[in-house]
Design a protein around this ligand. Sequence first.
Ligand code: ASP
Length: 360
Amino acid sequence: MSGALHYHLRKGWFWVKKRVYIAYTGGTMGMKLVHGRYQPVPNFLQTLMAANPAFHHAQLPTYTITQYTPLLDSPNMTPADWSHIARDICDHYDEYDGFIVLHGTDTMAYSASALAFMLDGLGKPVIFTGSQIPLCEARNDAQENLIASLLLAADYAIPEVCLYFHKRLFRGCRVVKVDANGFDAFDSPNCQPLAELGVGIVVNWGLVRPWPQRPLPTTPPTLHELTSPGDVGALRLYPGMSARILENVLQPPLRGLILQTYGAGNAPDNDPEFLRVLAQATARGVVIVDCTQCLRGTVDLTKYSTGSALAEAGLISGYDMTPEAALTKLAYLLSVHDDVATIKTQMQANLRGELTGPVI
Ligand code: ASP
């Protein structure tokens, strides 16, 4: 990559370094061992970075770190935190070429999916990253993940919410955390990585939205706040789940449910009570989306009668969406539309690359 790529012509007559905004929300990357347990400690990450020459390399863009208060271990994140991050990015959109969200790995797939829907018409890269071992340890994955994210956010025009981890850049609304311990913690089973980093950086440009459908980097995205994300839920089916349990979950205020079914989207069709509970809920206007428990592959409600029974009960297909993407997409659609038929149609359409099919 030529050095000039790290710079761009600003205001038409002088070259300046690219600028990246880092929203530091918490997570393992900046944690410290306190009384034998890792905890996020304010300013600890910045102190380590300031003392580490790797973060002052001439090829890196200029970056600003905004530390959130409190720094969160990501299981403590809520949709209010997604709003905070999305607003922060919009507030600084004009001043930076790209954005990094430093985030704990546990709920990073949910946050990345949520922001993909909340930031509509994004024209600059937003890259979520974190690490499995904190930067303070001699052997860690924090340094590589952060440095690679800085280079990608500054120099590669990939205008979407992404997630970078262990040499791969993924589409944010396609990722799942697949490993609690390994460096290769994330995967995107139904979508190729957007980029792979080895000796060189290879971008899969065929997956990146082409010009002229791509939003211009100069036009800020429209921010859609999630108005009542708590009205959406997810339930993983298991053999013997009673209709009573399902009925309880489907009570108001629930307005949308991601039902994680077996295989190609199947559930028992020999329990009339179970199907009646589902049909009554969909008749009341509850949107129930059928997503598979399998990591790879798609829901096909026409394949087996155990699937078509669900379609007859009013469920819609989640196709090959991850449960994380489906949950946040449904919360987003319930925030921007009132009409259940429109929500169902949009839920089955490809809005941000979250399911396989042409983007609308
Ligand atoms: N519990 C941590 C978190 O999600 C794990 C990590 O960052 O890897 O914040």
